[in-house]
Design a protein around this ligand. Structure first.
Ligand SMILES: [Zn+2]
Length: 242
């Protein structure tokens, strides 16, 4: 599963295609290809774990499950979900969800919930958690892209460890101060994550993600499955609020 900052990092590398004319699109996804012929790619943005390719009256949202599923001027043996073709280049997306939407990204998405956007609004998310998701575990809520866009397994593991909260804790039982701290951690760590990607050192700098022992008390780290994704927990440092 991908993380929002990884998508943002890759998006920044694709900026050279901004302003280029798309000669055609192809792929398995059911998309009206005639929309794109000779259209100028105005901008490339992200929203959570989606790439947004913006054209004059519409945009394409592409959700990739793994960053390795995006290839520039290279192909896998399997058919691509979607490909942009330019005069001399192509960008291929594999195992991805594609949707074409009318209007601008800001008409469709709430940027307040994107952990990597300047518009990120922790109060808005706190209110959403406490009003509509209070019976849920924090581990599940963190990965719900409709409430908080851009959190993946590494960000979830590391920020819950920093905030000393066990992923199975119920939102209604976690003190508000802790939730506020956790949201601050999410925003700060998303920024740090993007910086670490530049030196390919996210995994190296992670405190407990895919690690054997807690760096603080040497307690063996436990692997738990929350939702359908693995998370790492220090049973000594992280308190269970039930
Ligand atoms: Zn510990």
């Amino acid at each position: 599963m991908s993380e929002g900052p990884s998508i943002l990092f890759l998006k920044n590398k694709l900026q050279r295609y901004k302003g280029k004319t798309v000669s055609k699109v192809s792929g398995k996804a059911e998309v009206d290809g005639s929309l794109f012929t000779n259209s100028v790619l105005i901008d490339i943005q992200t929203y959570g774990k989606n790439f947004l390719f913006v054209f004059k009256d519409f945009f394409v949202a592409i959700e990739v499950r793994l960053v390795g599923n995006v290839l520039v001027n290279k192909r896998k043996k399997i058919a691509a979900s979607f490909s942009f073709h330019f005069e001399e280049n192509e960008i291929n997306f594999y195992d991805s969800e594609i949707s074409v939407k009318k209007g601008k990204p800001s008409d469709c998405f709430n940027f307040k919930i994107d952990i990597s956007k300047a518009e990120f609004d922790a109060d808005f998310i706190l209110n959403e958690w406490q009003t509509n998701h209070f019976e849920e575990s924090i581990g599940e809520a963190l990965l719900n892209q409709n409430i908080l866009a851009g959190v993946g397994p590494i960000i979830r593991t590391e920020t819950l460890y920093h905030a000393k909260i066990h992923p199975d804790s119920l939102i209604k039982s976690i003190p508000e101060k802790k939730l506020i701290f956790l949201l601050k951690m999410v925003q700060d760590y998303a920024e740090e994550f993007l910086t670490l990607l530049k030196t390919d050192s996210v995994e190296k700098n992670a405190l407990i993600f895919e690690k054997k022992n807690c760096p603080k008390d040497k307690t063996p780290i436990i692997i738990e499955t929350v939702g359908s994704t693995k998370t790492y927990v220090c049973p000594k440092c992280q308190k269970l609020f039930k």
